[in-house]
Design a protein around this ligand. Structure first.
Ligand code: FES
Length: 321
């Protein structure tokens, strides 16, 4: 004869780590979408899938268990005949199956609620996660911008260059950079060209900063990136019309609310032409022109500190293109 308390134990489902592991996996996916869509989100998705399968297997095993005949000991005690089981114990609280009913209705409702929840969750989550994660798998397209022959850019002269980063996207991809040919600099035993190429995106909230100085002639070129314009200018610095942020000619913040210097472009010289590569952020620049020492960081959003103690306020940086 089995103790009633033991019988209650027998009817309670075994503790499961499936739902907990699944939830942990989903959390890791969401964190990964911000921190590192490629690796962390993939690991999170793998955790979610493994524990999701485990959870589903446990649920179906539980369902099957509910159809088997009562244990011999319980049968002996008449527990298999429903009236002997207290009405408020575990699954006995649910309506007893009708005679001949293969699946109890409570189990059917439980399984269908779980299944419906999973379908709705999948329909909502998969497209969003796909759009966020797939580009990382497919690789970001590197937008190179051909600004034309280096010989067209006079040494020591500033230019305001306007160009499209992706001609297929048209004017929405038009950007502006301040470009100065610094001549050449000694590097690795050879003379290499030096350019200062500063983005006009304000480091406060992203407004377009302007050159503080007169404009000269305008050159127009057509390259693989469509029409390019090079406006000569003689800036004493750069200023932002939105909230008065000011920068010197190396892009260092000198006044106003910006939290760091202006971002810059990497570049290379290809077949005698100046080609802009990806952007990076700058905390500050020491020195000028070809001798400048640039404190360079991964591209950050406007308003984000990249150095000092404040940088800990921005641990999660969404991907930038
Ligand atoms: S956006 Fe430039 S100062 Fe605010």
């Amino acid at each position: 004869m089995t103790d009633p308390a033991e019988r209650e134990e027998a009817h309670l489902p075994a503790p499961s780590i499936g739902p907990i592991g699944f939830a942990v996996g989903v959390v890791v996916v969401l964190v990964g979408l911000i921190v590192n869509p490629l690796w962390i989100s993939t690991i999170g998705a793998a955790i979610a899938v493994i524990f999701g399968i485990l959870w589903a297997r446990e649920a179906s095993a539980e369902l099957r268990r509910s159809h088997v005949a009562p244990e011999p000991e319980l049968r002996e005690a008449g527990v298999g005949d429903a009236p002997a089981v207290p009405a408020n114990v575990g699954e006995a609280a649910m309506p007893e199956p009708e005679p001949g009913e293969r699946f109890p209705r409570s189990k059917f409702l439980e399984a269908s609620t779980l299944g419906l929840g999973a379908v709705i969750g999948g329909v909502v989550t998969v497209p969003v996660a796909g759009f966020a994660v797939l580009p990382a798998f497919l690789g970001q397209k590197r937008h190179e911008v051909d600004l034309g022959p280096v010989s067209d850019l006079a040494e020591g002269q500033w230019y305001i260059a306007t160009f499209m980063t992706d001609p297929k996207e048209g004017e929405t991809s038009r950007r502006t950079a301040f470009v100065r040919n610094n001549g050449s600099v000694q590097s690795g035993g050879a003379q290499v060209p030096s350019f200062t190429i500063i983005s006009n995106r304000c480091a406060h909230l992203g407004c377009p900063v302007q050159a503080n100085g007169p404009m000269g002639k305008t050159k127009k070129e057509t390259t693989a990136n469509g029409p390019i314009q090079l406006h000569e200018t003689q800036p004493a610095g750069f200023g932002c019309p939105c909230h008065g942020g000011q920068y010197d000619t190396e892009g260092n913040r000198t006044a106003g609310p910006p939290v760091r210097g202006l971002d810059r472009y990497d570049f290379e010289i290809k077949n005698g032409r100046l080609v802009l590569l990806s952007m990076y952020s700058v905390a500050k620049v020491e020195g000028t022109g070809a001798q400048a020492k640039i404190h360079k960081y991964k591209l950050a959003g406007p308003g984000e500190h990249v150095d000092g103690v404040e940088q800990i306020l921005y641990p999660l940086n969404p991907p930038h293109h």
